[in-house]
Write a protein that binds this ligand. Structure first.
Ligand SMILES: NC(=O)c1ccc[n+]([C@@H]2O[C@H](COP(=O)([O-])OP(=O)(O)OC[C@H]3O[C@@H](n4cnc5c(N)ncnc54)[C@H](O)[C@@H]3O)[C@@H](O)[C@H]2O)c1
Length: 401
């Protein structure tokens, strides 16, 4: 028999606990512009770069969707996408506001694969235009962005639109089962958590020459990416906050720029969080380590056992109530494929609960809190972070609207 969840009482307050709730099941699909007599969902891609082209391929291969429009700041990017996916020239949009013109065109849903800075406003505009939204992580780079994103998710639910954040781990059956068991009490009382994201990526790109160059190489530009603790490490912090089902209360951060001194983002962080359920979470991340075998790992220890998760390895529970779990051959692809399939399913079922939104806002704020504590080389509370409400502003001078 399952034990009661000792941490249930910490399901949570205020800002972070605001879910995309109030959802209900409707019986008919909200497909206005279905590409093929209500069978295929018509899509627009916003952001036709690396991930955009890669995931567009998965959408198309699923046989459930048809791309009918594309937007990218750069004409060469949208041209490559349009040529590959048969999108007519009249439905290819460029410039910073190209996505707005895309949203005026007849389509059911959008896939947002732009740099993180743009996600909140583009997602909100898409919801306001009546489109279903599939969006890449991370959801925002700053607190105001998180607020807009949370509002967009709530609005989508209220307006009967599907809104899905593409975390691959949240789509995995191994992760879902293991985390569900923790929430049911299989680890007993939770005591201590750790999460890590060391990886070889990141490159050594220096500061961009101008704002256009920054849009092409946005990863190393703080206001566009949110720094790599937000842009990359969110995968690890999202799993940790999912398992703990708790908000951070405060963070003590350290870190710096020893490997990539020329960029505007850091190359390592070490953050100790105190969570609302009084479980300490110890987190580290580092980039640009040659030949590093990438890890996105999390372990949470409880009085009855330990849950171990690795994006590139196994997921299991060891202890008095063990779970064998398993290993994904390729979670990077499998998770996206599952999200693409569930996005379609939710639209057809009229399932507007949008359960990925609130947890994505929580983990994103956790990452931002860690970044800001790190920049201060000290302590910062979540309450203070929210009160400061600091906005990151990229330089768009001279860019085409
Ligand atoms: N495992 C994952 O979930 C995963 C993996 C890779 C990337 N991502 C996410 O996908 C997103 C895109 O990353 P990427 O690697 O494809 O980057 P990318 O630079 O290859 O592509 C981004 C594209 O957006 C375009 N763009 C920039 N500003 C725009 C604007 N205002 N309007 C329209 N287009 C604009 C750029 O020109 C570029 O073509 C990021 O949020 C990233 O974190 C997620």
């Amino acid at each position: 028999m399952k034990k009661p969840n000792p941490d249930r009482s910490v399901t949570r307050r205020g800002f972070l606990a605001q879910t995309a709730a109030g959802a209900f099941l409707a019986l008919h699909p909200s497909l206005v512009f279905g590409a093929a007599a209500n069978t295929k969902i018509s899509l627009g891609l916003i952001g036709c770069g690396g991930r955009g082209l890669w995931i567009a391929d998965l959408f198309q291969k699923s046989g459930l969707y048809q791309f009918v429009a594309g937007a990218d700041y750069f004409e060469d990017r949208v041209r490559v996408f349009g040529d590959k996916f048969g999108v007519p020239a009249s439905r290819r949009y460029t410039g910073l506001s190209g996505y707005k013109r895309l949203l005026e065109s007849p389509l059911d849903a959008v896939v947002i694969e732009t740099p993180p800075y743009f996600h909140p406003q583009q997602a909100m505009s898409a919801v306001e235009a009546g489109k279903h939204v599939f969006v890449a992580k991370p959801i925002a780079v700053d607190v105001p962005g998180c607020t807009v994103f949370a509002d967009a998710g709530r609005k989508a639910t209220a307006n009967k639109q599907v809104f899905l954040v593409d975390f691959q781990t949240r789509a995995s059956d191994f992760y879902r089962e293991a985390v569900g068991r923790v929430h049911r009490g299989d680890l007993g009382r939770l005591v201590l958590a750790e999460a890590h994201y060391p990886w070889q990526g990141g490159g050594r790109t220096g500061p961009p020459a101008d704002p256009a160059e920054a849009l092409r190489n946005w990863y190393c530009v703080l206001p566009l990416s949110g720094d790599f603790i937000v842009e990359q490490s969110i995968h690890a912090l999202d799993v940790a906050t999912w398992i703990l089902n708790s908000d951070p209360v405060r963070a003590v951060g350290m870190g710096g720029r020893k490997l990539r001194p020329e960029g505007s983002i850091w190359d390592h962080f070490a953050v100790n969080y105190t969570m609302a359920n009084e479980v300490p979470l110890s987190f580290t991340c580092i980039q640009s380590i040659p030949e590093m075998k990438d890890e996105i790992t999390c372990r949470v220890f409880g009085s009855e056992g330990v849950i171990v998760t690795d994006y590139f390895g196994e997921v299991f529970i060891r202890g008095n109530e063990p779970y064998k779990g398993g290993r994904h051959a390729d979670l990077y692809t499998d998770g996206a494929v599952k999200n693409i399939q569930e996005f379609h399913q939710f639209i057809l079922e009229g399932n507007y609960k949008n359960p990925t939104v609130a947890p994505s806002v929580r983990s994103n704020l956790t990452a931002i809190l860690g970044r800001e504590a790190g920049y201060r080389q000290g302590e910062l509370t979540l309450a203070k972070l929210l009160e400061e409400n600091k906005r990151l502003e990229p330089n768009f001078k001279g860019l085409k609207d």
